[in-house]
Ligand binder design. Structure first.
Ligand code: HAM
Length: 487
């Protein structure tokens, strides 16, 4: 059997189908993840799992639904998450339940409920799953999103803080993403009480220049004044008293040791005195990891200034030289490139009071949660190389009913040998099948026609040169293994 090189014929455009029925739409702020993105999700999940294994985190999965009061108590009644964003409803038993907006509270609940405080401490746990916040949808902000998370419970040493920052930093840099660590300490509750007096006095003196939201924050939650993104409030925020200057000896020592560990690990960081985080359970260390700004051009991205808010580099350490592969930008990526550079890829910190707050014995802890959609967006936007999945090395083609049966068997033989093959069993035209193989840039097609069925043979076609050879059906797997270097 001889075949000409397949030529691509332009496809006739499909007539638009008009239905009288309305298609239900995706909910606002929700998204589907399609097969074209799967390679990114797999790469990110693979890295999350690899780091969890390497640093000794055990996997925990908690339910998506929890008692609403868990988050009210853990995250804080006056946070945006609880006040504005939680999906809360009554179930059929009249119980007030919530779709989890984050998982640290659930992990701590599970730690207490399963008596994990009786295990050797610290207990290191990691998770991966969907979270829900009824946020205003915008670039990089969804109502259902995925977080990975790493929590170290039962360790008050700053080395634990350093390890969660290390895991998060490696998560991004080993995926090839240039990032910077934004770091602060918000001290203990006592440190904050002292600090808040100064902060409130300072903001009161500037009250007339504040946005409406800040006027409310000034009364309700002064620490959140430092979180304001309004242009007019920025100069006031920049000149606000700095919490680091209000830390008592213990908090200061903790923070300094953390900085020393980070220096030792060559993790570059920026001290950011306005970083306070949007959850109430934090004590002492708080941090976020931000992407380096990105200009979508066909040039490698150089690490640059972390932007406003990143005020001082105390480390002097140099960022990892990560291999970055940038190709020509496709128009499709323009939309994703709008994601603001300062959007946090992950956030975390220490929460020494949370176990006690939820009814457990006082137990220090710290952790971090990377947002997965944002990591995937960054990988796509920067066109970073991730391993292809199902990179087919063979195409199994058939012509005629009997040949189709043999082709099904051949496909199974290849699968058992873990050789990824493509097929189009429902198609009758050999030309179509070879065109498909060509389009997918598959190097070899294995062809069975009527003659090959009778002769118990298979044709191996080199798709580049068009050169064909016929081999015995029983020997074809070892023959192709040699060709694709799988022996
Ligand atoms: P968080 O800062 O609220 O912290 O969220 C962590 C990460 O989740 C964010 O940096 C972001 O990447 C992602 N994320 C948050 N909201 C959205 C959204 N609406 N759409 C897309 N991605 C989002 C926590 O949740 C803490 N539990 C982190 C932690 C763990 N602290 C200690 N241990």
């Amino acid at each position: 059997m001889a075949f000409n090189h397949p030529m691509k014929k332009p496809e006739a455009p499909k007539e638009p189908y008009k239905s009288t029925k309305k298609t239900p739409q995706l909910l606002r702020g929700m998204r589907d993840t399609l097969p074209k993105d799967d390679k990114y999700w797999r790469a990110v999940y693979g890295k999350a799992q690899e780091l969890a294994d390497a640093y000794g985190f055990g996997r925990i999965d908690t339910p998506i639904l929890e008692e609403a009061s868990l988050f009210t108590r853990a995250v804080g009644r006056q946070t945006d998450i609880v006040e504005k964003e939680m999906y809360v409803f009554e179930d059929k038993d009249g119980e007030k339940i919530s779709l989890r907006p984050e998982a640290t509270a659930s992990v701590v609940r599970a730690y207490i409920q399963h008596g994990m405080l009786n295990l050797p401490q610290p207990v290191k746990l990691w998770y991966w799953g969907p979270m829900f916040r009824h946020d205003r949808p915008q670039a990089g902000r969804f109502r259902q999103f995925t977080q990975a998370g790493y929590e170290i419970i039962g360790d008050d040493s700053p080395v634990a803080d350093a390890q969660v920052i290390l895991v998060a930093y490696k998560f991004y840099t080993e995926l090839g993403l240039p990032v910077n660590v934004q770091l602060n300490s918000i001290g203990t509750a006592e440190d904050r009480t002292r600090y808040k007096v100064e902060l409130v006095n300072y903001y009161r003196a500037n009250r007339s220049k504040l946005c409406d939201n800040c006027k409310v924050r000034l009364v309700k939650n002064p620490m959140r004044l430092l979180d304001c993104k309004e242009e007019g409030c920025q100069p006031i925020k920049e000149n606000a008293p700095r919490i680091l200057e209000f830390l008592a000896e213990e908090s200061r020592k903790h923070f300094m040791s953390l900085l020393e560990y980070l220096d030792e690990l060559s993790i570059p960081y920026f001290l950011n005195h306005t970083l306070v985080r949007g959850l109430d359970y934090y004590t002492k260390t708080v941090f976020e990891i931000w992407p380096e700004p990105f200009t979508p051009k066909a040039e490698p991205v150089a690490p640059v200034d972390a932007g406003p808010g990143a005020v001082l580099s105390v480390s002097g350490a140099v960022a990892d030289e990560t291999p970055i592969v940038i190709k020509e930008k496709e128009p499709k990526e323009a939309e994703e490139a709008k994601m603001p550079a300062q959007v946090a890829l992950c956030g975390g910190g220490r929460y020494d009071l949370l176990v006690e707050e939820l009814g457990g014995r006082p137990t220090p802890a710290c952790g971090v949660a990377p947002g997965i959609e944002r990591a995937v967006q960054q990988l796509r936007m920067r066109q970073l190389a991730v391993p292809e999945i199902n990179k087919h090395e063979l195409f199994v083609a058939q012509l005629g009913e009997l040949a189709k049966r043999k082709a099904l068997v051949l496909f199974e033989m290849l699968r058992l040998e873990k050789i990824p093959a493509a097929e189009a069993f429902s198609k009758g035209s050999l030309k179509f099948q070879l065109e498909a193989a060509n389009e997918k840039k598959i190097p070899y097609a294995l062809i069975i026609g009527q003659k090959e069925v009778i002769d118990k043979t298979v044709i191996i076609r080199d798709m580049d040169s068009g050169i064909q050879e016929t081999v015995d059906f029983q020997k074809v797997v070892s023959a192709v293994k040699r060709k694709i270097g799988r022996e």
